[in-house]
Design a protein around this ligand. Structure first.
Ligand code: NCD
Length: 308
């Protein structure tokens, strides 16, 4: 089944069949990724470019490697070293990249909606690699893929999302996607880090972290986004760690087969303790590998859709 749209901008409104298609294709891609010889012709002759206006390690590199493993030409533009710093507009930069033969442009931007704006002006496919506090759909896809690989399903899986929900595009994309796939989502955070109207997104907002963790199959810790914090939302990092940090003792409340996830980068000792991050039950490293597989699947499906 081809993808519905030219672009992939968010998981809000994406039908379950489309998510299934991407996750199933990701499974095939993971086999390729784990082979000694990681080279397939799926994207031969295609060109992908990442355009990042914010820092990134794993997202940018995993798109680049995903493209390269499938024989695409893959290049990066970083805002700080491009004409963006000379005042070029987003559309002009995007158009310039498109006119060099780019099939897929992958963008990360600090403003919510920037990828949507760009997509309207380009014929190339645009993939959202994180826009402000709005969405980060490929992160949620890799999270769903990780959960499905471990739990065998998404339907009915109890997922506790803990941390800075207010600033988290990862949380938002996961909420849209996991809801569509029938998971049961609970969130816990200090009240100042819970966005208004969250309960209308089909999640259970818990006042106490213990309520969210009770019997959870998946515990997803989120990074406390210090760079997006207006001052005063939490009293201190220490208090936050004491009240909301994921540690071994807290985890005892979750299901005994529970897994722990984190999108990275982690603030060790703040939202997650080292004893948990490096434990057997932690899928944090596996998430990174799965991120490449999922991005390979998405790049393949999006270029195939275009019949290029
Ligand atoms: C996330 C992001 O940038 O939104 N990181 C990532 O892509 N793995 C989460 C974060 O920065 O906390």
């Amino acid at each position: 089944m081809p993808l519905k749209h030219k672009d992939f901008l968010g998981l809000r409104g994406v039908p379950g069949e489309e998510i299934d298609e991407i996750l199933n294709t990701s499974e095939l891609m993971k086999h390729i990724l784990l082979q000694n010889h990681k080279k397939t012709p799926h994207l031969q002759g295609k060109s992908i470019v990442t355009l990042f206006y914010e820092n990134s390690t794993r997202t940018r590199l995993s798109f680049e490697l995903a493209g390269k493993y499938m024989s695409a030409s893959a290049s990066n533009v970083t805002a700080s070293s491009s004409s963006v710093s000379k005042g070029e507009t987003l559309i002009d930069t995007g158009k310039t990249i498109e006119m060099m033969g780019t099939d897929v442009l992958i963008i990360r931007h600090p403003l919510s909606g920037a990828p949507h704006h760009l997509a309207k002006h380009l014929k190339s496919s645009v993939i959202n690699a994180g826009d402000g506090t709005n969405e980060h759909p490929t992160q949620a896809l890799l999270d769903m893929f990780t959960i499905k690989s471990k739990k065998g399903r998404l339907q009915g899986v109890k997922v506790a999302i803990v941390g800075d929900i207010l600033h988290s595009r990862v949380a938002r994309s996961n909420i849209w996607g996991l809801n569509t796939m029938g998971a049961e989502i609970r969130v816990a955070a200090p009240p100042t880090l819970i966005p208004i109207g969250l309960d209308s997104m089909g999640v259970k907002v818990c006042r106490y972290i213990d309520q969210a963790l009770e019997g959870a199959d998946v515990v997803m810790a989120l990074r406390l986004q210090k760079e997006r914090q207006q001052r005063g939302l939490i009293p201190s990092l220490r208090e936050y760690a004491t009240l909301y940090g994921i540690n071994k003792k807290r985890l005892a409340l979750a299901d005994k087969e529970a897994i722990v996830m984190h999108p990275g980068p982690m603030n060790r000792g703040v939202e997650i303790n080292t004893d948990v991050a490096d434990a057997e039950i932690s899928e944090i490293n596996e998430q990174v590998t799965n991120g490449v597989a999922v991005r390979m699947a998405l790049l393949y499906l999006i270029t195939r859709r275009r019949g290029q």
